[in-house]
Design a protein around this ligand. Structure first.
Ligand code: NAD
Length: 333
């Protein structure tokens, strides 16, 4: 198939080209994000391949349908950026990569926890300037602390496993408990209990209407003072204005983000010579106890390879059968 591949960087092209040697699709790469403005680039293609911040709203899907696209291959696990109703109406099949490396995201989550706790990002700069003082770098033992994992699918399970290795007590909340997690002596509790009892709260559920702003002013009120919040899920799981208020009042002691509500206009690009116009994001950057990475949790060699292999297999399956076993589930959450 001829496939328009959006939001591609050299590392994407190299992993997709590598995986495509076994499939022989015609991959047409675009640096641009998929949006209403760029959707016409897919004219003449039977499929598009899209990433986390590509727009698959009604306008874009209708344009894709008009131009003959029949298949959307997402290069990610989450599919919150898709207007499923419109896709269904136009019989556009949307597939994703349901699993690549849960270890990549889980390990990055733990990297954020460790860096925030032991202030590695501050120590790094200090030592390079010849400042070897320890004031302000005091951390706490993770051993014996309580960590709350919200969403215990593939990634949440691996986070729980690693944190059990640190000697943490792990509480979990999921609408569908995972038996493998229970075998790690992870205790499933209500969301209210998890929020109230955890020293560290980490988010690994998908973004759906029911999980949007799961962390907001109301839920923050029920948490321990000085709580650490980590979000490597999706930006809109967290109400950013609410966490800024929580940081100012010291209710939140540490905040680690790999995703951000309005990341589409910022992440994956070099804006270092420009003014940041997003005042909310700019405010977040001013806190000494906030650590932000630009949606890089997935970014390991193994994960890129897994994404490419499954994406190409999805394209081939659709080309051969008109269906795909990794088609995204019904949007009725
Ligand atoms: P998964 O489908 O294996 O697990 C998700 C879990 O969340 C499931 O157990 C599900 O039952 C649970 N869940 C669903 N709705 C819930 C709710 N309302 N409350 C609590 N739990 C709920 O998915 P995964 O592979 O573990 O990925 C989790 C999320 O991580 C993805 O949806 C994606 O948004 C995000 N992600 C981020 C990156 C990154 O680079 N930062 C990379 C991959 C995935």
């Amino acid at each position: 198939m001829k496939v328009a591949v959006f939001s591609t960087k050299p590392y994407d092209r190299s992993s997709l080209d590598g995986a495509n040697t076994e499939h022989g699709h015609e991959l047409v790469y675009f640096d641009a994000r998929l949006s209403a403005a760029t959707a016409p680039l897919a004219r003449g293609c039977e499929a598009v391949c899209a990433f986390v911040n590509d727009e698959l709203n009604a306008t874009v899907l209708e344009e894709l349908h008009r131009s003959g696209v029949r298949f959307v291959a997402l290069r990610c696990a989450g599919y919150n950026n898709v207007d499923h109703e419109v896709a269904e109406r136009h019989r556009l099949v949307v597939a994703r990569v349901p699993a690549y490396s849960p270890y990549a995201v889980a390990e990055h989550t733990v990297a954020l926890i460790l860096s925030l706790n032991r202030k590695i990002y501050r120590a790094y700069n200090r030592v390079r300037e010849g400042n070897f003082t320890l004031d302000g770098l005091l951390g706490f033992d993770l051993h014996g602390r309580t960590i709350g994992v919200i969403g215990t699918g593939q990634i949440g399970l691996e986070v729980a496993r690693i944190m059990r290795g640190f000697g943490c007590q792990v509480l979990a909340y999921d609408i569908k408990p995972n038996p493998e997690c229970e075998s790690l002596q992870v205790r499933y509790v209500s969301l209210e209990d998890l929020l109230a009892k955890s020293d560290i709260i980490t988010l690994h559920c998908p973004l759906t209407p029911s999980t949007r702003h799961l962390i907001d002013t109301k839920s923050l009120q029920t948490m321990k003072p000085g709580v650490m919040i980590i979000n490597t899920g999706r930006g809109s799981l967290v109400d950013t204005e609410a966490v800024i208020a929580g940081l100012k009042s010291a209710k939140i002691g540490y905040l680690g983000l790999d995703v951000y509500e309005e990341e589409a206009d910022l992440f994956f690009e070099d804006h270092s010579g420009q003014v940041i116009h997003d005042d909310v994001f700019a405010r977040l950057l001013t806190f000494p106890n906030v650590l932000i990475t630009g949606h890089q949790a997935f970014f390991t060699r193994e994960a890129l390879q897994g994404i490419a292999t499954t994406t190409l297999a999805n394209l081939t399956e659709f080309a051969e059968n008109g269906t795909c076993s990794n088609a995204v589930p019904s949007p009725k959450f």
